[in-house]
Design a protein. Structure first.
Length: 737
């Protein structure tokens, strides 16, 4: 080769080497630079990994998730630490396990004040943070909102609704993004339409229905992706798509989630799309977990990762630059323990086996038996794996204890009770046959599923069928306080106060130190005007429970004051009002009682200032709204012919207590008086929708008649006859034990 040619060739090689080095350096710099664009965490609750095309499923189409998977990294073996919504999302946001955060169940637990969650850590790096959730289980009061600049968890006004349509949540997220002036934002969007479909009474656990709902949720994800692309944000965004937990769908007998720790409820999808498409198309077979999300996101923005986090950053796996080594995933299921007194469940999962600690232990080879059909716990060949995993689990939980849940706030009870989230197991817990130890959840799955079916029926206002099923369960398992508690609540919804009293007596017998049972019995007796018995039950509520349970004590004295009013005992009412305020200083019970005494005497002008003073006190102290306060204030204003002010107070009562039938009926009559007939009719329609009880239908029929709509009046009576036909099973009074 001639010298000039050789020289030219060498120069070309040098130039090529320089170019390759530059490209490699640019790619390295791009991969290692801190993320500056939006970080978006999308959680689709109850979404099973194995029900997505991205994980090999072919019976549903999910184009949005498929596209995200193609642009991102798919983690084939990601696991949750709890098959329940609140504990699962707290682990995601905290990077710590449930027994470390103390959030072990959907109700009765909350994030401790001061817990440094992911949004707070990102705020410290200059990110604006927004959260939009679709479940009442993630409401602000749970503490999951800590660290967010903006958090929207408002649910529909109907008390039986604990979920919001995901499309509405996504629209709120878009509006929030529109308001941001910087792309350094963190958005948490939670969708739970799949969980809503799972409680449909005719389709609970139906896999075809499940697939259809997955497709609907995919459409919502697609809307957000379309928004990001139209605003030139998609390529710059880091997007994490995950699920809080899966869904049983009957694979091991459980149709929903929370009871077991098999793959169908704890194996979750995880897709991470990095900015500029780094790692697009990669699939990672390594075992990863929810607690890895927080350290991963912090690593991507080059933020310090707190030392107490349990998880590991997945960035090396995202970039393909390194391996992380083996890990073991801890998971727990305490729903059965807290609700039914069953044994606690805990598991550890590695790349090969899953060990489940239960009264009857379980060990599964996930490689050969991915559907966990063959329990290898007694096999000699797996003895070493069994012992190793059992020892690992014992070490993990060695210094932990199962905390008791806190009482549910009174303002949340109506929304949660008919969904089976109120109450805990009785002291006479569900035991294994022939012994005193808690039963294995595997042995009580059918009972739990029947209970959930009753909850689903009640949620969809199939009252009689729900009541009949609960009565059957109560005959089979009379020591389950949770069943009697729901039976009592459902009886009250059906205006069957005798049955409610009987059911609450069972609750009291099973949980004598729990004030809630006594309060429920007293309230039902008050409805029946059995005032002496009501007073006795309420007085018992003041003497049970812990000294720290000031809410129950205040509620008991407030109820005693109301009972005293019904007994025309003014001095007794005043005394109990003072005791209620002593227990809870923000409760303006003395003013309310004085106002009620004046109201009952027809001295409306004298009563009004006291009602107004009580309302001001509650607002200034930011205390929970007080039932009936705005109603009586509104009724007083109406009697004084101050209609516009009365309307505002009625609306406030209805907003705070949507099931207050009397407030809605009075508002409808007020609108009729004011000549606003269309608004009056809408109030009657809403009254039936929100609180479809026999008394509501009767009141609606009277109102329709008053409004001159006789066809609607007859329709209301006919619907009541259909909805509240007597159940086929005998009443709860015949099921005493």
């Amino acid at each position: 080769m001639a010298r000039p040619l050789r020289f030219t060739f060498i120069l070309a090689l040098a130039a090529l080497a320089t170019t390759l080095a530059a490209v490699g350096g640019w790619r390295y710099a791009r991969a290692s630079a801190p993320v500056n664009g939006p970080i978006i965490l999308i959680s689709v609750d109850s979404l099973r990994a194995d029900r997505l095309p991205a994980y090999g499923y072919r019976r549903v189409k999910t184009p949005a998730i498929d596209a995200l998977a193609a642009d991102g990294v798919v983690f084939e073996r990601a696991y949750a630490h709890a098959p329940q919504t609140l504990p699962a999302h707290v682990t995601m946001m905290s990077g710590r396990l449930p027994f470390e955060t103390g959030v072990r169940d959907n109700t009765g637990f909350s994030v401790k004040t001061g817990e440094r969650l992911l949004p707070q850590l990102l705020r410290e790096r200059g990110y604006t943070t927004g959260g939009v959730v679709s479940s009442f289980l993630l409401r602000k009061e749970t503490g999951i909102s800590q660290g967010f600049d903006f958090f929207d968890g408002d649910m529909p006004s109907v008390p039986s609704e604990v979920r919001r349509d995901g499309a509405e949540s996504e629209a709120i997220a878009e509006r929030w993004l529109d308001e941001q002036r910087s792309s350094r934002v963190f958005l948490f969007l939670h969708l739970c339409g799949i969980g809503a479909a799972a409680v449909a009474p005719a389709e609970s656990g139906d896999k075809t229905s499940y697939d259809a709902t997955v497709a609907s949720e995919d459409e919502i994800v697609g809307r957000l992706m379309k928004y990001l692309k139209s605003h030139q944000l998609y390529d710059r965004s880091t997007i994490v798509l995950v699920s809080g937990h899966g869904e049983g769908l009957g694979d091991h007998g459980e149709k929903g989630h929370g009871l077991f720790l098999y793959d169908e409820t704890i194996h979750v999808p995880l897709v991470i799309k990095q900015a500029a498409g780094i790692g697009a198309g990669r699939r990672v077979p390594d075992v990863v977990q929810h607690v890895d999300l927080a350290p991963t996101i912090l690593d991507l923005v080059k933020a310090p990762v707190p030392g107490q986090l349990r998880g590991r950053s997945l960035k090396p796996l995202l970039d393909g630059t390194d391996e992380l080594g083996d890990t073991i995933v801890y998971s727990e299921a305490l729903y059965g323990h807290y609700r039914f007194g069953l044994s606690e469940l805990a598991s550890v999962t590695d790349g090969h086996y899953r060990y489940i600690k239960a009264p009857r232990e379980e060990l599964y080879d996930l490689e050969r038996d991915p559907h966990e059909r063959l329990n290898l716990i007694d096999e000699r060949a797996t003895a070493a794996a069994r012992q190793s995993l059992r020892s690992t689990l014992d070490q993990l939980v060695a210094h932990t204890e199962t905390q008791a849940p806190e009482p549910i706030a009174p303002e949340d009870r109506d929304r949660l009770q008919l969904l089976g989230y109120v109450g805990t197991a009785s002291t006479r817990s569900t035991t294994a046959s022939g012994g005193g130890a808690p039963a294995d959840p595997k042995d009580k799955c059918e009972l739990v599923e029947n209970y959930r079916a009753a909850v689903a029926l009640a949620t969809h206002h199939k009252w009689s069928a729900a009541l009949a099923l609960l009565q059957t369960i109560a005959r089979e398992a009379p020591d389950l306080a949770e069943v009697w508690n729901l039976l009592a609540a459902l009886s009250i919804r059906m205006d069957r106060y005798d049955q409610a009293v009987d059911a609450y007596k069972h609750v009291v017998a099973l949980r004598p130190s729990d004030a809630e049972g006594h309060l429920g019995e007293a309230s039902a007796l008050l409805k029946l005007r059995r005032l002496e018995e009501a007073r006795d039950a309420a007085e018992l509520a003041t003497r049970v429970g812990s000294e720290s349970d000031v809410q129950s004590r205040a509620a008991a004295h407030a109820l005693l004051a109301t009972i005293a009013l019904a007994r025309h005992d003014a001095d007794g009412a005043r005394d109990e009002a003072q005791l209620a305020q002593a227990a809870e200083p923000t409760l303006p019970m003395p003013d309310y009682i004085e106002a009620r005494l004046l109201y009952d005497e027809g001295r409306y002008a004298d009563a009004l200032p006291l009602f107004e003073q009580a309302i001001v006190m509650i607002k200034e102290s930011h205390a929970a709204p007080m039932p009936e306060l705005e109603y009586y204030s509104a009724d007083t204003l109406a009697r004084l012919e101050r209609y516009s002010e009365a309307e505002a107070q009625y609306l406030e009562e209805v907003h705070n207590f949507p099931q207050n039938r009397r407030a809605r009926a009075s508002l409808a009559m007020l609108y009729q008086t004011m000549g606003r007939i269309d608004e009056a009719k809408q109030i009657v329609t809403d009254m039936i929708r929100v609180s479809p009880t026999p008394d509501t239908y009767a009141a609606a029929a009277r109102l329709w008649t008053s409004l001159g709509d006789y066809r609607q009046a007859e329709a209301a009576r006919a619907e009541a006859r259909r909805a509240f036909a007597e159940p086929a099973h005998p009443s709860s009074s015949s099921m005493r034990h």
